[in-house]
Design a protein around this ligand. Structure first.
Ligand SMILES: [Zn+2]
Length: 246
């Protein structure tokens, strides 16, 4: 909505440069822009006029063309200002369950409520990892460094025939995921599906341990993920692994 408002204001600014025949534009030209090539402020314009004038930069940058759809053009340009992250390909058209894809999306946005984030908001919590009880919980630890996570990934990745080692730092981990999950091949589809279900499995197990004081063995978590994968993913993807032992 905020972007749409900015686009609407930029559209008014564009009108000023293009449609000098409209009455309110004539007024602004006559009153604020008189004999000035540059958009200079004159006589303390109102906040609305100031905002329209300040939008000139956006109009100059995206250069909408005459005709219909100017506001849409500006809107798309402003939306594009937010650089699309490379990891988007991991979430879209992912064969995993929607709740697993959603958890992956939150994780990739670094917004999962892990203990390190909660304590930054001033909450007093036990900071230890409930999976291994050997380190402090952080996103990086819980999903890629903890030996519990390592063991789960190791078995899942071996099952789908991905043998290159998973990196232990967040930035490298994302690059590695994108490298393996990009594209339309069955292998890439399988990788990102398993990634989402693995992340969801780890996050659910962590929550179960904290909120229900129950725990599952690594073998149980892995087999649950494998069962969901076989039952849910399209045959074209699971054909190769269907009869493989996990
Ligand atoms: Zn741990």
């Amino acid at each position: 909505m905020a972007i749409w408002n900015r686009a609407a204001i930029a559209k008014l600014c564009w009108d000023l440069t293009q449609k000098e025949d409209k009455l309110w534009i004539k007024w602004i030209h006559a009153y604020y822009l008189k004999d000035q090539n540059e958009w200079q402020k004159r006589d303390q314009p109102s906040w609305m006029i100031r905002r329209i004038m300040n939008a000139k930069l956006i109009v100059d940058q995206c250069q909408p063309r005459q005709g219909k759809g100017v506001i849409k053009h500006i809107y798309d340009y402003l939306r594009g200002e937010k650089i699309k992250p490379e990891w988007r390909c991991l979430v879209f058209k992912n064969p995993a369950r929607p709740k697993a894809c959603f958890t992956l999306w939150i994780l990739m946005n670094r917004k999962l409520a892990t203990v390190d984030r909660l304590t930054k908001w001033g909450m007093t919590l036990d900071r230890g990892c409930v999976m291994c009880k050997r380190a402090e919980e952080s996103m990086e630890h819980l999903f890629i460094q903890c030996h519990y996570a390592e063991a789960i990934w190791e078995r899942l990745l071996r099952w789908i025939n991905v043998h290159n080692n998973m990196p232990k730092s967040w930035t490298e981990f994302i690059q590695w995921c994108v490298k393996n999950g990009k594209g339309k091949t069955a292998r890439a589809q399988m990788f990102k599906g398993i990634l989402a279900e693995g992340v969801y499995g780890l996050w659910s197990e962590r929550n179960k341990r904290i909120f229900e004081e129950k725990s599952s063995l690594i073998d149980e978590v892995v087999k649950r993920i494998a069962y969901i994968t076989i039952a849910r993913f399209p045959n074209s993807i699971t054909n190769v692994i269907k009869h493989r032992h996990i």
